[in-house]
Design a protein around this ligand. Structure first.
Ligand SMILES: [Zn+2]
Length: 266
């Protein structure tokens, strides 16, 4: 399906084997879905063979400040054991007593960016508690993969991301789910064209038509979109199939499947 392309899946959640089942059940409950996959590294490694994916950007989100360092150590260990298959993103938590130390630790582990999830971590994107995180990520050149959108909550609305992009002009943010899960049009209208914003296409194809997906990708620009599947939520095969069926040029596919991610993380 993707023989001619190097493929980086830029949005993968992984959990330690022991807690994966419980963790995936928790997200399934939150989103009202039944995940297609298990959320373990062993499964991810197996799957990549069948979908033609060459590299994965892996992450896990802390739901308390106490979990931050151990989760970052877990991700870093998997990167090390992955034999070049993985790039790791760290987690941070706004209420940590020492965000600067968490960032220092994360960088020393070789992690290449930060994943934040306002709804699961219970903060608003423009919350003053996050300012320190944005300052430090900007300073360290760590891109933030930010969960964006969700019509049920106000935490990650594009309106809250706009001022952050304007204040922290050297910070790169990747707005997950084409910039706004379940509010795709609204998000694209507000966020397209922002110079320090990229988006990924995860958790979008199951909900919008191919025509709509193409329209939104074109509005952001193919040089601004990263391929990602939100593993373990969907069928990686279906995600890739839908993507390859979009009426994009091979040059645009190449940017989305790998070049944009390489530019940000390698
Ligand atoms: Zn995610």
């Amino acid at each position: 399906m993707v023989d001619n392309f190097y493929v980086i899946d830029a949005h993968c959640h992984i959990y330690p084997e022991k807690i994966a089942e419980k963790a995936v059940a928790g997200t399934d409950n939150f989103y009202g879905v039944t995940s297609h996959c298990k959320g373990t590294v062993s499964e991810l490694k197996e799957l990549y063979k069948s979908t033609g994916t060459d590299h994965f950007i892996i992450q896990s989100v802390a739901t308390t400040a106490k979990q931050v360092k151990s989760i970052n150590e877990f991700i870093a260990a998997e990167v090390k054991n992955g034999g070049g298959l993985f790039t790791g993103l760290g987690t941070l938590y706004p209420d940590s007593t020492d965000v600067a130390d968490d960032v220092k630790h994360l960088v020393s582990l070789g992690l290449k960016g930060v994943k934040l999830h306002p709804d699961i971590q219970n903060f608003k994107i423009d919350d003053y508690r996050c300012i320190k995180i944005y300052e430090l990520c900007e300073q360290e050149g760590l891109p933030i993969l930010m969960h964006t959108g969700d019509s049920r909550y106000d935490n990650s609305n594009p309106n809250r991301l706009l001022p952050i992009l304007e204040i922290f002009t050297e910070l790169t943010v990747i707005g997950a789910h084409l910039g706004g899960y379940s509010i795709w049009d609204e998000a694209c209208e507000k966020l397209a064209g922002k110079p320090n914003l990229y988006v990924d296409c995860s958790s979008s194809f199951p909900f919008i038509s191919k025509e709509k997906a193409l329209e939104i990708i074109k509005k952001y620009g193919a040089d601004r979109v990263l391929y990602g599947t939100d593993y373990p939520m969907w069928s990686p095969y279906n995600e890739m199939k839908t993507f390859m069926e979009l009426d994009l040029t091979d040059e645009e596919r190449k940017l989305i499947l790998s070049e944009n991610a390489k530019k940000l993380f390698w």
